[in-house]
Design a protein around this ligand. Structure first.
Ligand SMILES: [Zn+2]
Length: 176
């Protein structure tokens, strides 16, 4: 059951004890570090969060974030859409020692006395799932199109003649 609007700050222990779920959207603009890495700050991030207590009474946060981001295509330098979607399973810990001993499939959620901020937590997950470089799909990229319509494959022939490894290989055979 959904419990209402996404909390801006939250106490994971309290929400987990209540077993609360949240679903909503946040303006992409709020994710300043992420926006600095991409081509456009317009749009929304969809968020789903489920807090609960594990059988051994530990705080668990299961979540999903999705966004349609814009990045620069490194082939043609035009803007291309990059759909990003990531799921995470976090378990509350107080120390680095506890973080190292988490069960398989969980990442640590560092607990603290003060309320936790939602945006930085989600931003970290989004940054991790961001591709290092982005490209248009081949059939829509401007540059790729000019490659595939090359009529006589002249580039490939040129490559063959001047390939330095080929020259090296022939030198090796000669010296024997
Ligand atoms: Zn492109």
């Amino acid at each position: 059951m959904l419990s209402g609007k996404l909390p801006k700050t939250f106490d994971p222990r309290k929400l987990a004890r209540q077993g609360l779920q949240f679903e909503g959207t946040l303006a992409l603009k709020q994710f300043e570090q992420l926006v600095a890495c991409i081509a456009d700050d317009q749009g929304e991030v969809s968020v789903f969060l489920h807090f609960y207590m594990s059988e051994d009474h530990r705080v668990v946060l299961e979540g999903r974030v999705e966004a349609d981001l814009k990045m620069i295509c490194q082939r043609c330098l035009g803007v291309t859409g990059v759909p990003v979607s990531t799921e995470f399973n976090l378990m509350g810990v107080w120390t680095d020692e506890q973080a190292k001993l988490l069960p398989e499939g969980f990442e640590p959620l560092m607990l603290q006395e003060e309320p936790m901020e939602l945006v930085p937590l989600l931003e970290e997950e989004l940054l991790l799932s961001l591709p290092i470089v982005a490209y248009h799909p081949p059939d829509v990229c401007q540059v790729q199109q000019s490659f595939t319509t090359d009529p006589d494959g002249a580039d490939a022939a040129e490559e063959e003649r001047t390939n330095p490894f080929r020259v090296l290989a022939s030198l090796k055979t000669d010296s024997r």
